[in-house]
Design a protein around this ligand. Structure first.
Ligand code: HEC
Ligand code: HEC
Ligand code: HEC
Ligand code: HEC
Ligand code: HEC
Length: 232
């Protein structure tokens, strides 16, 4: 089928801004762009109230993403866990660590500074309000967190690994086979397509490209590229 969404369309927002924008709109656009660059910048890594390490909890302790981000495969939105998820373990483990003071303040009724308020994590990934995004639509169709968020299992402090720009979304929507995984491998951060192929000769594929195309056919994946997919 013809590619109805050609590559130059990556520049479309810019063209729209340049062609259609009045001077005032242009100023407003420039202002919002320069006033809010942090949340869109690759590498954005704000300090968090507790120095929470994904490396420790995922690689060392061995927790699955869904233990804490429990809605990611059932809802459009991926939640950040509440203090009670942490407290399940930390009322026993490393209880006296000074790093956990904000957790005691939120959860520990015996703590002098207890106020019961939620921990105020600083949000890292944020699409603009006019963009519709949906987590479960991706992870339940063979797209791993790793493809979008990078090697979270190695991050001491979480940071934005990809631009989250429209061009970035569309690159994958045009060729999802490069990122498709068997569903049981979506949360496995040590996944390696070549190893998977050699362990599963019954699939009858020998290259990672062939595996991607096979999964695309099997899942009947066909990501949309029309404007209303992401702008509703
Ligand atoms: C023990 C609980 C826990 C586990 C397990 C966990 N996370 Fe997190 N995650 C958190 C907390 C707490 C935050 C918010 C604090 C921070 O950003 O470090 C967070 C933040 C994030 C963010 C950034 C959110 C934002 O503000 O944009 C991403 C992305 C993320 N986690 C992905 C993952 C992935 C992928 C896995 C599995 C490999 C995972 N997490 C496993 C607790 C967890
Ligand atoms: C399943 C149990 C478990 C859960 C849930 C859990 N942790 Fe941990 N956490 C651990 C273990 C085990 C260690 C210690 C690892 C080590 O000593 O190497 C640890 C270490 C830490 C440390 C480092 C402490 C220090 O002084 O070095 C911090 C900070 C921390 N966790 C914060 C959190 C936060 C915040 C949450 C909730 C978002 C959370 N943990 C959820 C088990 C857990
Ligand atoms: C297709 C790309 C993609 C995949 C796959 C993906 N994410 Fe995200 N994630 C995003 C985008 C884009 C945002 C910002 C969404 C927004 O602002 O509405 C985000 C935001 C988040 C947030 C912050 C939400 C908040 O309100 O603070 C967390 C936590 C998160 N992702 C965790 C995960 C986990 C865990 C997985 C895997 C189970 C995952 N993501 C898979 C693209 C992805
Ligand atoms: C790594 C690949 C990849 C990336 C990156 C990606 N997507 Fe997707 N997207 C997919 C796949 C695969 C599907 C599922 C298509 C299907 O079900 O046929 C999908 C589906 C969707 C859907 C349809 C959900 C529904 O309700 O039907 C939306 C909306 C969407 N993506 C938005 C985005 C946005 C916005 C971004 C960028 C912030 C993005 N995607 C980045 C691969 C990706
Ligand atoms: C797969 C998801 C997706 C599709 C499809 C999509 N967009 Fe976007 N669009 C985004 C994301 C994500 C952003 C915000 C990030 C950015 O500015 O690159 C965005 C931003 C924009 C902006 C604002 C740019 C700016 O700099 O403020 C315009 C205008 C826009 N899109 C127009 C369109 C039009 C027109 C179409 C259809 C031809 C379209 N989009 C299709 C995901 C998408």
């Amino acid at each position: 089928m013809a590619n109805i969404f050609p590559r130059w369309s990556n520049l479309l927002p810019l063209k729209i801004a340049v062609c259609a924008g009045t001077a005032a709109a242009g100023v407003a656009l420039a202002f919002t762009y320069y006033a809010t660059p942090k949340a869109l910048v690759t590498g954005y890594q704000p300090a968090q109230p507790i120095p929470f390490s994904h490396k420790i909890h995922v690689d060392q302790v061995g927790l699955d993403c869904r233990y804490c981000h429990s809605f990611v495969d059932v809802s459009g939105h991926s939640n950040v866990p509440t203090g009670s998820t942490c407290w399940n373990c930390h009322q026993h483990v490393q209880r006296e660590s000074p790093k956990l003071a904000p957790l005691h303040r939120s959860m520990d009724t015996t703590y002098a500074g207890y106020d019961g308020k939620p921990i105020e994590w600083v949000r890292v990934h944020k699409a603009p309000d006019y963009v519709y995004f949906n987590h479960s639509a991706h992870v339940n169709r063979g797209i791993s967190c790793q493809s979008c968020h990078g090697n979270v299992n190695k991050m001491e402090v979480i940071f934005q690994a990809n631009s989250l720009s429209m061009g970035w979304c569309l690159d994958c929507h045009r060729a999802p086979e490069k990122n498709l995984r068997p569903l049981e491998e979506v949360y496995n951060f040590n996944y390696n397509a070549e190893t998977y192929i050699s362990n599963n000769p019954q699939l009858g594929v020998t290259t990672t490209e062939a595996l991607g195309l096979k999964l695309k056919e099997e899942f009947m994946v066909k990501p949309k590229e029309t404007c209303t997919t992401c702008h509703r």
